[in-house]
Every structure is written in structure tokens, then in C-alpha cells.
Design a protein around this ligand. Structure first.
Ligand SMILES: Cc1cc2nc3c(=O)[nH]c(=O)nc-3n(C[C@H](O)[C@H](O)[C@H](O)COP(=O)(O)OP(=O)(O)OC[C@H]3O[C@@H](n4cnc5c(N)ncnc54)[C@H](O)[C@@H]3O)c2cc1C
Length: 479
């Protein structure tokens, strides 16, 4: 089947999915405010495949079927394949204005994790999950589907395991097993791009024990399946699009998804009760997803540096040492993200024939990116000046009775037009201080797993023995 056009992708979302947003049912995701912009932003992934200069990044071939597929679906088998995935994610994020369109990356992270873990489950339990996920992988790539990855449960009391919770469905679980499939009940939270995806790939959120086996469930399901309700978050904007150049054209929506007695046929079930493998599935997904995070954050960091450099120039301070120091920090930030994402490809691991990005590099890289994100925003805001917080709207700037005065008082150095300066100020505001900027801050800290999750993984993956041996020798404890 051919790769989808952006128009066909948008049309595919008109499928009577149940979405409730800001107190109302949404009739058509492709025409509702905010959601239609999110759909168009996601369609950029499909659009890029039609651009002769960029097509090679996002179109590839499947090593298993030989057909032409979206590059995100290509299961990496070598460092070169991983680097190609890195480039695809990085370039599509640039194509999205610095905001990743996010409709194939997380879903394929989940598929790759399942393709690595299900053969191990099958060997232990005689199940046939590996065949099923392979068939689903081929189906999704053949139909060029937009997929969301739904992992995070509501969790209730964070100190309790699923079966200890007062409300047993704060973790999604199997409530019925039938001859033809299973029925699940529960919810998944914060699921990126789910309102504008065709299907959801669902994984457990944590390591589980025997008493929690009904929570060890993984499956794929169309976003319009009976019993699924999505509740995206959207704060109303009061300004014109020109005042928020990024969030107008490149919004991402995240939704809570309620699964109310949802039926999944067996061929779409990839784990059901094998709790012993929930932990390795989660960890494997986490590494794939942190790699994705590292790849798509590069253009975000470039937007920080680019807008800060423009503001420094427009304000006439580009050459002062205090400003240059901050630009250096922003450049080092970009460089470190690039190096970690590339090293994760070179120093990969092969698991079940799949090249998996180096877990330690992914975790350290994602941690450093997220840990320093707010500091980088501080540098951009510091260079921009207070005007980033208070600049009058474009409508005021263009009002005939104010225009001449604002032209004079909102100017920077004389060679730069006032309008250009206002446009960059608006970009900085949208990038660092708008509703969407706040959402991206949360996404950076918590999306791809919390900072604490990365710290834990680093301690797990880092071999401390050489460091301890060296310290023992230096202290005279060992020869
Ligand atoms: C913008 C955005 C997009 C996202 N996209 C997706 C997505 O597409 N798919 C998806 O599946 N998920 C997604 N997530 C969810 C993300 O992975 C989670 O937010 C993250 O894993 C943290 O989980 P939580 O939000 O439940 O926070 P919590 O787990 O409640 O964590 C809050 C704090 O409590 C601490 N804490 C929690 N439990 C314990 C404990 N037992 N002991 C000690 N400390 C604890 C944590 O370290 C953290 O500091 C997204 C999140 C955001 C913000």
C-alpha cells in the first residue's frame, strides 16, 4: 500500500472518535479549534515525504517485506539504521518548526520494544506474541498509520502497587478474557497526539509482580474503538496567531484516554498476564523513547539559540561578553544533545536482531537535556529583556493611532525593522512563556519519564566497578 498523503491522513481522522474537550463533545477532530491545527501539524510528517529534498529522511524500505515505508517504521538492525532514525526524527522536528509532529515516533518506540521482548515471552510460555506484533508492525507500516504510545497510567497512590489501590483501575487491567479476545478497563494519561492518531499502542507502565498479573497487558487498538474516550487539554488563547507564531501553527495535543470496557481481539494482544516481562518491556520502551526524545529536542534547542542570537543582534548587544557567554551555553546545549543521540547509535546493543540505542547514553542525554531546559529558557529570556514578558500585541502595534509611536518605542538598533524585532519577541514569548511553553516544560521534565527515572537507569546501567577499583587503589586499600 502506498504512503499516505497529508490530505488522506487528515481524512483518516474523521472516524467518529469520541473526544470531549473544554466541556463539549467534539464532532470532527479535523475541524475543531486547536485539534484541527494539531492534525495539520501532525500531517507535516506525511507532507515531508512528498518534499523531494527531504523525502529521503522519512521514506525507507522494510528489510522484512521490501516495501516502501515511512522511515519511522524501519526496525533498526545496525548503527547506520539507528542514525537514519535519528536523522528522520531530528529532521521532521525541524520541519515542524522545531516542534515534532509526533504521530509515528512513540508508537514505533512501543512496537520495537514489543518486538524485542515478545520473543522472550514466547520462549518461556509458548505464546505467539512475537508473530502477532510482527503482523501488526507490518499492518501499521503498510497502512502508514499514525500511532500514539499509551503507557502512563493514572497510578493513584504512588506508594501502592496496582492490586493495593483502593480503585483497582487506576492502572489499566484485563477484566475479562473471552474466546475471541480480552476486555480492558482503566485509563492512560498525557498521551501525546492521541486525538490525531489512527491507533493506540498500549503498554504497562511499570514492573509488576504475580499479584498484579491482570495489569500485565499490551495491545493495539484503533482510536475510535467502542469504549474509548479521549480528553485533551487545551487552554483558550486570547491573542491573534501572529502573537504566538509557534503554538498557532505547531501545537501538540495530549489527552487522557478512558478505556471503558474496551474489547481487544486476540491478534492485537501482545502480552496478557505474563507479569515477569512487564519490567523489561517498560525499560526497553523507555530507552527507545528517550532516544526519540534526544533526537527531537535538538531543533527545540536550536530555536532557543537562534531566537536568543537574533534578539542579541536586534538589541545591539551581540558582541558583549555577558551575552556571548549565554549564547555559548546555548550552543553547548545543542552540541551535547547531538553527541549523546549519535553515540547512542554507535554504541548500540543488538537484542533479538534489533539494534537498540545505548540505554546509558539515552538516559544521561535525556537527563542533561531536561535538567538544563529551564536554565536555557532563562538565558533566552535574559538576553531578550523584559519586553518578552510585556510586548504589546501585534493588533496594538498595527493600530493607526498607535503605530507611529510603537514603531519608535519598540525598536532596537536602527538597522533592524521594528516589525522584525516584534516578531522575534513574540517567538521568544511563545517559546518560553506561553501556555504551550509551559506544557513543553512539563513535557521535558516528565515526558519520556521523570528525571528520577533517568537517574535510576543510570545507576542500573553504569558500571561503577572500575571507578571503585581506582578509588580503592588510590586510598591504599588494594595493591
Ligand atoms: C507533555 C507530556 C507528554 C507525555 N506524553 C506521554 C505519552 O505520549 N505516552 C505516555 O505513556 N506518557 C506520556 N507522558 C507521561 C510521562 O511519561 C509521565 O508524566 C511520567 O512518566 C511521570 O509520571 P506521572 O506524571 O504519573 O508523575 P508521578 O509518577 O506522579 O511523579 C511525580 C513525582 O513523584 C515522584 N514519585 C512518583 N512515584 C514515586 C514513588 N513511588 N516513590 C518516590 N517518588 C515517586 C516522581 O519521581 C516525580 O518526581 C507525557 C507527559 C507529559 C507531561
Amino acid at each position: 500500500m502506498a504512503l499516505k498523503s497529508p490530505e488522506a491522513f487528515i481524512e483518516s481522522l474523521r472516524d467518529d472518535r469520541r473526544i470531549h474537550m473544554n466541556g463539549k463533545w467534539i464532532e470532527d477532530v479535523t475541524t475543531a479549534p486547536r485539534l484541527k491545527e494539531a492534525a495539520r501539524h501532525s500531517a507535516l510528517t506525511y507532507q515531508m515525504g512528498r518534499d523531494p529534498d527531504l523525502k529521503n529522511y522519512v521514506v525507507s524500505t522494510c528489510p522484512e517485506t521490501g516495501e516502501e515505508i515511512a522511515a519511522f517504521y524501519r526496525m533498526p538492525q545496525t548503527a547506520g539504521d539507528l542514525l537514519a532514525r535519528r536523522d528522520a526524527i531530528y529532521q521532521v522536528s525541524r520541519y515542524g518548526g522545531g516542534v515534532i509532529p509526533f504521530v509515528k515516533e512513540i508508537g514505533t518506540d512501543a512496537i520495537f520494544a514489543l518486538r524485542m521482548i515478545t520473543p522472550q515471552v514466547d520462549r518461556k510460555f509458548g505464546t505467539n506474541y512475537a508473530e502477532r506484533i510482527k503482523a501488526y508492525h507490518h499492518y501499521a507500516q503498510a497502512n502508514d498509520l499514525a500511532l500514539a504510545g499509551a503507557v502512563t497510567d493514572p497510578k493513584g497512590d504512588r506508594n501502592k502497587k496496582p492490586h493495593e489501590q483502593e480503585n483497582p483501575e487506576v492502572f489499566l487491567r484485563v477484566v475479562e478474557k473471552r474466546e475471541d479476545g480480552i476486555v480492558v478497563e482503566g485509563a492512560k494519561c498525557h498521551i501525546t497526539s492521541s486525538p490525531v492518531s489512527n491507533e493506540l499502542v498500549v503498554l504497562p507502565t511499570r514492573n509488576l509482580g504475580a499479584e498484579d498479573s491482570e495489569y500485565a497487558v499490551a495491545f493495539a487498538i484503533p482510536a475510535n474503538a467502542p469504549g474509548i474516550t479521549m480528553i485533551p487539554m487545551h487552554e483558550h488563547h486570547c491573542n491573534e496567531p501572529v502573537d504566538r507564531p509557534l503554538s498557532t501553527h505547531h501545537p501538540i495535543v495530549h489527552a487522557m484516554i478512558i478505556f471503558d470496557h474496551v474489547f481487544i481481539p486476540w491478534e492485537r494482544v501482545f502480552l496478557c498476564g505474563e507479569w515477569e516481562f512487564s519490567g523489561s518491556l517498560v525499560l526497553s520502551f523507555a530507552s527507545w523513547h528517550r532516544f526519540t526524545g534526544l533526537c527531537y529536542k535538538g531543533p527545540v534547542a536550536e530555536l532557543f539559540l537562534g531566537s536568543a542570537a537574533l534578539m542579541a543582534d536586534f538589541n545591539g548587544v551581540a558582541k558583549t561578553s555577558n551575552v556571548r557567554n549565554k549564547l555559548q551555553e546555548l550552543a553547548m546545549y545543542i552540541e551535547s544533545i547531538g553527541v549523546y543521540s549519535r553515540m547512542a547509535c554507535y554504541e548500540h546493543q543488538i537484542v533479538e536482531g534489533i539494534a537498540m540505542p545505548n540505554s546509558l547514553h539515552c538516559n544521561v542525554g535525556k537527563y542533561l537535556f531536561a535538567e538544563n531546559y529551564h536554565t536555557m529558557i532563562k538565558y533566552v529570556q535574559e538576553i531578550t529583556g523584559g519586553i518578552g514578558g510585556t510586548c504589546p500585541s501585534f493588533a496594538d502595534y498595527q493600530a493607526p493611532e498607535l503605530h507611529e509611536k510603537l514603531e519608535r518605542y519598540l525598536c532596537g538598533r536602527s538597522e533592524i525593522s521594528t516589525e522584525a524585532r516584534i516578531r522575534v519577541i513574540k517567538l521568544v514569548r511563545d517559546l518560553t512563556a506561553s501556555c504551550d511553553a509551559g506544557g513543553h516544560m512539563f513535557g521535558t521534565i516528565h515526558g519520556d519519564g521523570t528525571l528520577e527515572a533517568q537517574r535510576m537507569m543510570v545507576l542500573r546501567d553504569f558500571d561503577m566497578r572500575p571507578a571503585i577499583a581506582l578509588a580503592r587503589r588510590a586510598a591504599g586499600l588494594d595493591e
